[in-house]
Design a protein around this ligand. Structure first.
Ligand code: CA2
Length: 145
């Protein structure tokens, strides 16, 4: 059985579909999970889809991915702009990393232009709403070890 693609989402993304629909749309994170599952299945892959509001829990899952995943998709949310600890975990993960964002952070406030996570990612998919996750899963499947 091939290892799954880990798809991790950071803080506040559990609120998706309930607030700021002009930025993040109306679909919930559960909707995004279903889209990712379907895209992965079409590519003969499985996913492990998780969200946390806690930096340490995300780091634990990144470390778990080292053994259990074939590739990692991460929407680090606000932590992408702040967390050297998540960057350090990603640098050690040993499987391909694809960063994704629902919005296009480069087109928003200046503080969103830099993400630490990008330093450990093979590539970034931003600005396509839930389709960013689907495209990131597809990219990760192509990179998977
Ligand atoms: O566009 C993205 O996916 C972001 O990673 C979302 C983060 C933001 O800090 C990044 O710059 C870009 C924010 C996630 C907050 O999610 C919410 C979803 C619905 C309602 C409120 C917050």
């Amino acid at each position: 059985m091939p290892k799954p693609i880990y798809v991790l989402s950071g803080p506040n993304l559990n609120l998706l579909g309930t607030r700021e629909p002009e930025i993040y749309g109306h679909q919930t994170l559960e909707d995004v999970r279903k889209l990712c599952e379907a895209r992965a299945a079409a590519l003969g892959r499985e996913i492990v889809f998780r969200q946390s509001n806690h930096e340490g829990e995300l780091i634990d899952w990144i470390q778990e991915a080292r053994e259990k995943a074939c590739a990692l998709v991460i929407n680090p949310a606000g932590y992408g702009h702040t967390s050297v600890a998540i960057l350090d975990a990603l640098k050690a993960v040993g499987v391909p990393v694809v960063e994704c964002h629902l919005s296009n952070p480069a087109a928003r406030e200046t503080f969103r232009r830099k993400t630490f996570v990008s330093l450990a990612a093979t590539g970034v998919v931003s600005g396509f709403g839930p389709a960013s996750y689907e495209l990131a899963v597809e990219a990760a499947a192509g990179l998977a070890r």
